[in-house]
Ligand binder design. Structure first.
Ligand code: NDX
Length: 264
């Protein structure tokens, strides 16, 4: 394989278009998994057994869904001939992108206490992870080139710091959500502590910072396209979570925002 700039631009363009489509679709109707699947099923008056037949346990679903985002770039890197691990692009791919998806696939999936996940969403999610894993991996393995002093560039250092800060918020917030439930429990409670003091979607806020950090540190089109996609997906999800909490809990803190502290 060789670097094709046209392919990179085309695939990144599709990712941006998908993000905008999702923003349009999910502004009004939430993605149907987690608490919003419950609401949708109630509205459609589907029998519980009917719903559960088309679901997979959360641990298994998250593992299968996220695995391609780790595996595809790792394979692109490992199968490149001649092997190429030393360039900065490859090290950023391994340390940041694969690092994030290693955690999401092999740690988060096994810890989650979420409710069963819809099969159709899982399949779309898997396809998305193959696509995005290929785009990010292909660019970093075959196309990315950085000047020798890129590590001293303010974009590199600030991007890495933002990524680490975002990942810290994301992992900590997902931990706080898990602590709200005992194993086997599926009820929803008011999230407390950490960044949840300020926003209902603290885990989503962290995820968004992470991918903007990655985009700034790598300064490339595919990474910016993915950061924008993430914002388009997690933004509406945080907004719908926020509205759900306001409806469900009478004492829900009114000063709390949906996604961005003090702003939105
Ligand atoms: N998965 C990213 N449509 C998505 C799957 C769905 O990783 O193309 C995007 C991802 C995919 C989506 C993915 C891409 C777009 C797709 C979509 C399906 C269709 C869509 C492909 C790939 C698409 C067309 C074709 C139409 C264009 O019971 P429960 O499960 O709710 O429990 C939850 C629990 N919890 C609580 N527990 C007690 N009390 C409370 N109040 C609670 N609130 C929540 O916490 C869960 O166990 C857990 C977390 O829940 P939640 O809802 O806060 O987060 P969740 O959405 O499950 O995400 C989990 C983590 C989180 O850190 C988030 O940042 C990250 O994954 N994430 C999630 C989604 C996308 C993404 C990151 C990204 O874009 N980077």
């Amino acid at each position: 394989m060789q670097c094709s700039p046209c392919l990179v631009v085309a695939l990144s363009g599709v990712l941006v278009a998908l993000g905008l489509l999702i923003l349009g679709l999910y502004c009004h109707t939430p993605t149907r998994y987690g608490k919003h699947a419950e609401v949708a099923a109630e509205e459609e008056q589907q029998p519980l057994r009917e719903q559960q037949r088309r679901h997979l346990p959360a641990k298994c679903a998250w593992f299968l869904q996220e695995l391609p985002a780790f595996l595809v770039p790792a394979l692109l890197l490992a199968l490149r001939s001649p092997p190429r691990f030393a360039p900065l692009g490859c090290r950023l791919l391994v340390g940041m992108f694969c690092g994030h998806y290693f955690h999401r696939t092999f740690i988060y999936s096994f810890l989650t206490r979420g409710r069963p996940f819809p099969l159709d969403t899982l399949l779309f999610g898997m396809l998305f992870c193959v696509y995005n894993g290929f785009l990010q991996g292909y660019y970093m393995v075959y196309c990315a080139e950085y000047p020798d002093d890129w590590c001293n560039d303010i974009r590199f250092t600030s991007g890495i710091l933002l990524f680490l800060f975002g990942m810290g918020i994301n992992v900590h917030s997902d931990f706080l959500l898990r602590q709200l439930r005992k194993p086997g429990e599926l009820t929803y409670k008011i999230p407390q502590g950490g960044l949840f003091v300020y926003v209902s979607g603290a885990n989503f806020f962290g995820e968004m910072l992470e991918w903007f950090g990655y985009a700034i540190a790598t300064w490339c089109l595919p990474a910016f396209a993915f950061a924008l996609f993430t914002m388009c997906f997690v933004g509406p999800r945080a907004y719908h979570h926020h509205r759900y909490y306001l409806r469900k809990f009478i004492g829900y803190p009114r000063s709390r925002k949906a996604l961005i502290p003090f702003i939105f």
